[in-house]
Design a protein around this ligand. Structure first.
Ligand code: ZN
Ligand code: MN
Length: 149
């Protein structure tokens, strides 16, 4: 069965980082993998409750952090202290709507020469990665934004 092998892979990935496979972690992971909307912990909680009615928000938080720690999910943090989670861990960029907060995927990665240039500008700062976030207005928010501008 499809779900069996998916669970098997999650179990292996968790155990490789010294973490146990739990029903709660699997349910949280399922929610992340089933959406490209970059949900907040609260949104994951609301969604995962359909499958595991007894799960607490605290458990969802801890499960999300565990998945991030194992490299199975990304945590996107923002200046206001909020965070969103991403089940997609291959290189890609994000576009964030400054009006509604929606975050969507943008394909691609920075070309090698550009990354090298940034690395040179960074001097003795040891670069291990980068994040590129486009900011602006999503299709739902753009007309309003131009009307009030
Ligand atoms: Zn928007
Ligand atoms: Mn993403």
């Amino acid at each position: 069965m499809q779900t069996e092998s998916k669970e098997g892979l999650l179990r292996l990935a968790l155990e490789a980082s010294g973490q146990r496979f739990t029903e709660q972690r699997a349910a949280v992971y399922d929610v992340l993998m089933g959406t490209d909307r970059h949900p907040t912990a609260d949104e994951v909680f609301l969604s995962v409750r359909h499958h595991l009615p007894g799960i607490s928000l605290a458990t969802v938080y801890k499960s999300l952090e565990t998945l991030v720690g194992c490299g199975l999910a990304l945590k996107l943090t923002y200046g206001d202290g909020s965070a969103r989670y991403d089940g997609r861990t291959d290189p890609h960029h994000h576009a964030r709507c400054v009006a509604c907060g929606k975050v969507s995927d943008i394909e691609g990665s920075l070309p090698g020469p550009q990354l090298e240039t940034l690395r040179e500008h960074a001097g003795n700062f040891m670069v291990t990665g980068y994040r590129l976030e486009l900011t602006g207005y999503c299709p739902d928010c753009a007309p309003q934004a131009s009307a009030s501008a």
